[in-house]
Design a protein around this ligand. Sequence first.
Ligand code: FAD
Length: 471
Amino acid sequence: MATTVAGTQSTDRLQSALNKLADSVRGRLIRASDPGYEEARHVYNANIDRRPLAVLECANTADVIAGVNVAREEGLSLSIRGGGHNVAGFGTNDGGLVLDLAPIRNVHVNPGRKLAYAGGGATWGDVDHAAWPFGLATPGGIISTTGIGGLGLGGGFGHLTRRFGLVVDNIRAADVVTADGRLVHASADENPDLFWALRGGGGNFGVVTGMQLALHEVPTVYGGPIFYPASACGQVLRFFRDFMADAPRELGAFFGFHIAPPAPFVPEHLHGHTACAIVVAWTGPLEQAEAVIKPIREAGPVALDLAGPLPYPALNSLFDALLPKGLQHYWKSDFVTELSDEAIAVHEEHGPQVPTFQSLMHIYPLDGAVHDVAPDATAFRSRDVKFTHIIAGIDPERENMTARREWVRDYWTALHPYSAPGGYVNFLMEEGDDRIKASYKENYPRLQAIKRAWDPGNLFRMNQNIPPAAS
Ligand SMILES: Cc1cc2nc3c(=O)[nH]c(=O)nc-3n(C[C@H](O)[C@H](O)[C@H](O)COP(=O)(O)OP(=O)(O)OC[C@H]3O[C@@H](n4cnc5c(N)ncnc54)[C@H](O)[C@@H]3O)c2cc1C
């Protein structure tokens, strides 16, 4: 097709805007012809294959503002990338601009006030590392390479959640670059509507360049996985459900199906065997740990017991090496109000068919401190569910993904009738507006109204999108 004069002019204008951007920022603007583009365009999930026009590695807030302004003025799709772990691949796009916040990752700890200020591109490993010398920690994800930006703004749970709540319950304030290129502060006292929406509304409302997080005293923890043969999974899962209902909040624990990998910490005779596991994290007094965990050790015939005392950052990075960047992912998930015997029967049928070393099914409790917060106190609404599960088909090879998807879909379809409506937004792939609405439930109209106030043009739409309310 012949290039029109108007087409050439708009291409020239765009190139000129990108050239100016490259010259004005302290970070690097990486375009398709630049070295490093292949690495820069990819996110954690290698199944996502998109080609943005440019990736801006933001060195500071000024770079973020410059990037937001260019995307808005030039009508470009805009992705915000924190840790890059979102499996739907919102951290990259086709033909648009990516703001990679990874260089903005400094974490400053005020041990006296038990607060951390973390850059918007920090990971949970960065937060753990900075807080641990003071015996402090805050709830974060169970894989330490995940970003605080995506995980934290979508809700965020991990080993410490039953005791200290979701990440959103621990965010005290945030600095945000808005769609019109301003930097604003959001807290309970300043821009409270924006602050409310950020705590569960994901990247819909602006680019968070830094957030203040509450820290808690977390001394040496007693944690790690306890494995049982998959044949015992029904018994172990029923135990897990009943035990967690009354377990002290100092006990974090999740249930999972896995294939034992050929890792140095797994005895050779177990390599390749399918197992179920309860991963424990006791943060109460260390001398009570063995007694609290004893029933878990008696829940079934233990195949391998790796639980013991360890520093919290070690527990929180225990599984990092099993899930590096560059694997292919396909996920499906749901919230669960009651883990019924019928649902457990579905798990008994499908869980032991977990297909690869990396694939998994996990059930995380969302109770304890999560239930202390009112459903309308933050944008994260689902304070009445007890668990969320995730079924993840993960494989190094793209050509195996048809089979991996099939396992995930069959499992999820069988389980879905026993699940609660909606799903955790951070576990959703691109599953349509109804799933997003169902996740936010009664909070959705307020989120739409706040979106209209802060991003009426829906610049921030590469996410589980909440479109602005109509006028
Ligand atoms: C291996 C693995 C383990 C996980 N474990 C857990 C877990 O234990 N608990 C849990 O709750 N979730 C967990 N998740 C899900 C996780 O919460 C989501 O994948 C989340 O989107 C990852 O955030 P990120 O910053 O790494 O991703 P990114 O892809 O960088 O970001 C995802 C989206 O979040 C928004 N965003 C990110 N940073 C910012 C920012 N600074 N400002 C504004 N918006 C931003 C953007 O919309 C962006 O597209 C896990 C995911 C993976 C892959």
